[in-house]
Design a protein around this ligand. Sequence first.
Ligand code: GCV
Length: 682
Amino acid sequence: MTKYQLLTVLLLLFCLTPVRAEDGSRLWLRADASAQAKVTANKKSPTIDIAIKELQTNWHGDKVNLVIPAKAGIPSSAGLTKEGMTGEGYSITGDAKKGITISAFSEQGLLYGAYHLLRLQETGRVEYPLNIQESPQYNLRILNHWDNLDGTVERGYAGHSIWKWDELPNTISPRYKEYARANASIGINATVLNNVNASPKILTAELLEKVKAIANELRPYGIKVYLSVNFSSPAILDGLKTSDPLDKDVQGWWKNKVKEIYRIIPDFGGFLVKANSEGQPGPQDFGRTHADGANMLADALKPYHGIVMWRAFVYSPSNEDRAKQAYLEFMPLDGQFRDNVIIQVKNGPIDFQPREPFSPLFGAMKHTGVMAEVQVTQEYLGHSNHLAFLAPMWQEFLESDTYANGKGSFVANTISAIAGVSNIGDDINWTGSHLAQANWYAFGRLAWNPQLSSEQIADEWIRQTFSQDESFVEPVKTMMLNSWEAVVNYMMPLGLHHIFAVGHHYGPEPWGIIPGGRPDWQPWYFHNADTIGLGFDRSSTGSNAVSQYFSPLKEEFNDINTCPPPFLLWFHHVPWQYKLQNGRSLWDELCYHYDLGVQQVRDFQKVWDKQESYVDAERFQHVQSRLKIQARDAQWWKDACLLYFQEFSKQPVPYDIERPVNDLEQLKQVRLNISNYENASR
Ligand code: GCV
């Protein structure tokens, strides 16, 4: 073979290789940077420079003009109306011939407009003439990192923290910019860098210099930095006798600390606080209320326009149903918080379970700002091993009708901001598994516009991340859209909750007992299996948690016959032989759900295996191996739960579904060594 022939063969082989190997580090931002668009702007700034560069290198059209209109005369041609448009909104108008104009009232708006235009291109959705107006529903769209200063991440399943505290401020990881870019591309505009179980050390001068270095990297992308703080910082860091929020010295300490922070980081966002929750210190240690604590911090932050995000995730070892406690503690304080305090409420009343009804605090706190907290990291949804696309879950939550002001009072309209507990780590693919990137993406998109459908979000993400080929997009989209429900089916269907293995929250342990542990950390507290039936009675004859909801929802939840099946065992202790509307007994229905979950995952495997020719080998195999783990785990969950609950129901598993393949006694011996929960509580 001549040299020439050899070269031709090699070239041919190269061209035939279907897709390039990929490690996933480029996320959904895969435009090839080969464009040469002409981009102009009527202002200059670091943020606008980013927008210009993104478009110059990635926009395959001709001209784009970026405009921030002078406040006085907004040119109507810019397509901007002030009405309904926040500072971060934008408009995109024009066509291929005349060129495109992106207008916004702020630099950040221009950047979001640029990313939107590129998203349209990368999803094949550019339709001329363009006439788009977008504004975010919430002004605060924030990621919460549960990252510790030692580099570990509580409930993190994607390696260590991306924040390299040991190297900062001298060494700046290129990942900080990449992180900022990814967030800006989906409209996330804020981040809390450290764990809510906060080390007081984050407020030391040394750490604040490091925070400043990160803030400098994120700022041009329109991302503000916030910190979680430990309520006892005054006493721990500077030896004050107390951290009582009504103590003058303590108030002075926080004022000085806040002043110091703003001197270092002038656009600092504010504090996130977990107080009097799971062992964290708080105002109640000094006989004060959550309002006293939050207001003291709010007063210190007020002159700088900073805010306090005060978490409502509280429960104490009492006889009261854990699901009721946040409402009981916070409702009496409604109206007592400063206007720069916002109460951060988890989507459900317990703790990010596979499925929960919405927390009754949504809509109920009428005189206090409330924000939602959802969990992007899959603490209770198979970590980064299981595919669980979470847009449908968040959509169910945001679309829930609270009836707070009559019919149509949806959760999405009762909140003024939204936070997502991050699933990001220093793994090369950012989120531990490729498909989990979609949850980061979905969080940003829904935080911008909670009306977006899960279907659209999945579609956008798949097209940008993998392929635009319909033969790939359609089946993978269907698989993703069904995946959360599948996990619910094989883990905790019909409203079951918190029957996880103690500590790591990965596998099943409905039989689990923490010797000497609090009742509400034991699985039996939640499932209440006995010879009569299964489930937690939260009806008016039980804990009466239903009473915390507005009518007619409370009546609907209260009646076993009208309670929606997905929440049946959440609100009721249901007899094994109770007939559901589909005619099946509770026991049979439970079996069918567990079995369906397993079958769904087996189907996901089949769907994915067919996609080999559309995906690079590296990502294809990675996803394939994760689905294999998920299929095994689904079987484990099904067998463990059905065999255990069968000891109470004494009923046979319906004969037309797959038989268990494990023995209960063997499953009880399974011990996992998952290291990511050292700091975690139950
Ligand atoms: C950060 C759950 C998790 C904890 C977490 C806590 C919280 O209990 O298991 O790891 O702590 O929620 O949200 O504060």
